[in-house]
Design a protein around this ligand. Sequence first.
Ligand code: S3P
Length: 180
Amino acid sequence: MDSKKILAKNIVLIGFMGTGKTVVGQLLSKRLNWNFVDTDDLIEKKVQLTIPEIFRKYGEQYFRDLESIVIKEIMQNSNQVIATGGGIVLRKENMKFMKENGVVICLLASPKVIFERTRSKTPIRPLIDLTNSEEERLQKIYSLLNFRSPYYAQADYMIHTDNLTLEEIVTKIICTIKIC
Ligand code: S3P
């Protein structure tokens, strides 16, 4: 398996909030000895504001503009594992850049698993307001997932993560891109 080449310039992880893009990306980058890049981190560094502050002060569209700028910059480089924000798929141009310069892998999880994972107070996710009731949050997850599913389906590969450990997800990705 190790003799096989990775047939990609970059690996881009997309998927809904709470599907594990960051933790999976960090471990995957270690395994491959590639750089790890997180679009949300770069956005925060760029404007010296946290994601919730950007949403609060300037609104979601401004955040989306920053996201588009940052992903274009990142995709100029190679040998990177890139964890993206859950909404990056919403702009056609983002998907185009990601697919042209890398292999795009979508991590999937069921709404209940997403609900459990997004209960945590960090990172703060402006689109899932923890001051709302559990029912309202679950409803929000269902409606966003429903709307975004066709966008996530544009990935090169989709991986269901509900019944896999972190190690298994990473192995599966490596196998997929090395065509094991
Ligand atoms: C968002 C997901 C977040 C972050 C922002 C918006 C979304 O990232 O980019 O809060 O629109 O789904 P994670 O997917 O890493 O939580």
